[in-house]
Design a protein around this ligand. Structure first.
Ligand SMILES: Nc1ncnc2c1ncn2[C@@H]1O[C@H](COP(=O)(O)OP(=O)(O)OP(=O)(O)O)[C@@H](O)[C@H]1O
Ligand SMILES: [Mg+2]
Length: 236
């Protein structure tokens, strides 16, 4: 559903962050990406979600459009045309759920309004599903509060609910348990994996938690700007 070819990214006056990185993920698959602080994990997710541009390479999506459920292939070269960009924006809004490292909640909207926004935009707002997410994430008693009234861990769980509420085809989660105590982190991990497996979505998970990373189908590490498979201790 997503294929990345030879992606390179360099910030102005900085070293190469990503260099000729290639990667692909299929529907229903989960991939964990690990690597030291500053190696380019968030940069990679930002390029996939279209928030940042790359210097070279390609990002290709194959996703269904909500309106006609037809699968369409979008070749998304980095030097994309304006027309493609507009369609891609719609596809991303409908089909991507993103948990940002810094949450990026909308401050003037309540918890419930934040969570409901992508589903309302997509036209698949399902109150029962959203209530179940709130309960599973233990934030049901905060739904009418504003993000600034919540702790970091509570805001993080709101960000997770928002990423799942519209049932996207691909979930990008950047350090989604970074602010949580071990017990809550484990419960949130369960929710993420359950939500994607029950909906057939794909998950790209960036984490410093090896316990969480090992639950993914594939474990990859960014090294020198490229992705490598991490050998599991159980691998022979
Ligand atoms: N807007 C920017 N301008 C210049 N350099 C940047 C910018 N954003 C990130 N960088 C640099 O790019 C590198 C990769 O950053 P990135 O945020 O992707 O790291 P990360 O792997 O997500 O780290 P962490 O685990 O700490 O979240 C870092 O060296 C960072 O300083
Ligand atoms: Mg990061």
């Amino acid at each position: 559903m997503l294929e990345i070819q030879n992606l390179s990214k360099r910030f102005q006056n900085g070293p190469d962050v990503l260099s000729s990185l290639s990667f692909s993920i299929e529907h229903g698959e989960s991939v964990a990406i690990v690597g030291p602080s500053g190696c380019g994990k968030s940069t990679l997710l930002n390029i996939i979600s279209g928030l940042q541009s790359a210097n070279s390479g390609k990002v290709k999506y194959q996703m269904r459009r909500h309106i006609d459920s037809k699968a369409e292939v979008f070749n998304y070269p980095i030097e994309h045309e304006r027309k493609t960009e507009k369609t891609l924006n719609i596809l991303r809004k409908e089909n991507l759920g993103v948990v940002f490292q810094r949450f990026n909640l909308i401050e003037h909207l309540t918890v419930l309004e934040n969570i409901a926004l992508p589903a309302e935009h997509k036209g698949n707002f399902e109150p029962d599903y959203i209530n179940s997410l709130l309960e599973k994430l233990d934030i049901q008693f905060h739904e009418h509060k504003y993000p600034a009234q919540l702790s970091g861990g509570q805001q993080q769980r709101v960000a997770i609910a928002r990423a799942l509420a519209h049932k996207p085809q691909l979930v990008l989660a950047d350090e989604p348990t970074g602010n949580l105590d071990p017990k809550t982190a484990s419960a949130v991990g369960d929710l993420l994996f359950d939500a994607v497996s029950s909906s057939g979505a794909a998950l790209i998970l960036v984490t410093h938690s090896l316990a969480l990373a090992k639950r993914a189908d594939r474990l990859l590490e960014i090294r020198d700007g490229a992705l490598y498979r991490v050998q599991d201790d159980n691998d022979q």
